[in-house]
Design a protein around this ligand. Sequence first.
Ligand SMILES: C[S@@+](CC[C@H](N)C(=O)[O-])C[C@H]1O[C@@H](n2cnc3c(N)ncnc32)[C@H](O)[C@@H]1O
Length: 307
Amino acid sequence: MNDRHIPVLLDKSIEYLITNKSGIYFDATLGFGGHSGFILSKLDKPAKLIGTDKDRRAFDFCLEKFAGEDRASFYNTGFTNIDAVAKLEHIDGFDGIIADLGVSSFQLDDESEGFTYRTDAPLDLRMSKENTTTAADAVNNLSYKELTKIFFDFGEDPNSRKIANAIIQERKKKRIETTFELRKIIENVVPSKFVMRTLSRIFQALRIYVNDELEELKIFLSKSTELLKSGGRLVVLTYHSLEDRIVKEFFKFESLDCVCPPEFPVCVCDKTARLKILTKRPVTADDEELKRNKRARSGKLRAAEKI
Ligand SMILES: C[S@@+](CC[C@H](N)C(=O)[O-])C[C@H]1O[C@@H](n2cnc3c(N)ncnc32)[C@H](O)[C@@H]1O
């Protein structure tokens, strides 16, 4: 497979990430190795880069792309295993950790996985085949209440109830198996001018649910903070508001020394700040990058430094 992915906010990511050219770095989401390649090009000989990707194809692609690069080691696993990977590599702390969240063309272009409502495919949406629940399992087995909650919480879709209800009615006739079957159900209940936006929200919601993306992000942020050396940097690129909110709130919480209610006369929580926020506002792509890379439109970068 060709390297078709244009990495988002590449210069900015590296500017925030690298503080020590001989340090140890972690790329949580290898994808096509765009960020990894650039990181390696900026590091000196004794440096190290560890990378993970849940998707077997991304892992295989990077193994081949970086064959002979003895500063790099890759793992085909989820980034929530960052602690286990660090242990295997005998690493006590990282100088920098980066995650570029979301999906890559490995998933979007594989017509057998149903990551896009634009092609007819089995309704799968799993980033790793180790997950046992597919999107088809979700739409066919979950209750009206559960589906409504997923569409509302993970897709922020105002038609969540209507769509959940239509799915329940349809699956009484026949199991919903494909992207186009789900698409048709949505097209039947949403006014045509809102169809595309709704499809995008519902597919996003199902993808987040099937891959447990938000919970995994929280675990990753917490483990990463633990594993950074003092002065080490955590850089996260997000592509939708739910992920960005989690990163923003996590950074804020970890940058506070005390979280006691303001009416308490003295601190009883004993919490100490672990991070210093480096990006008051999220960094976004400039006009030149937006022209070159459509995907950069929704990208937001936040960075923090371990105290
Ligand atoms: C946007 S792409 C990364 C692109 C990469 N930065 C580049 O420049 O080529 C996101 C990648 O993260 C992977 N991914 C998503 N969730 C993951 C997780 N929980 N653990 C590990 N990899 C994950 C996806 O499989 C995908 O390959």
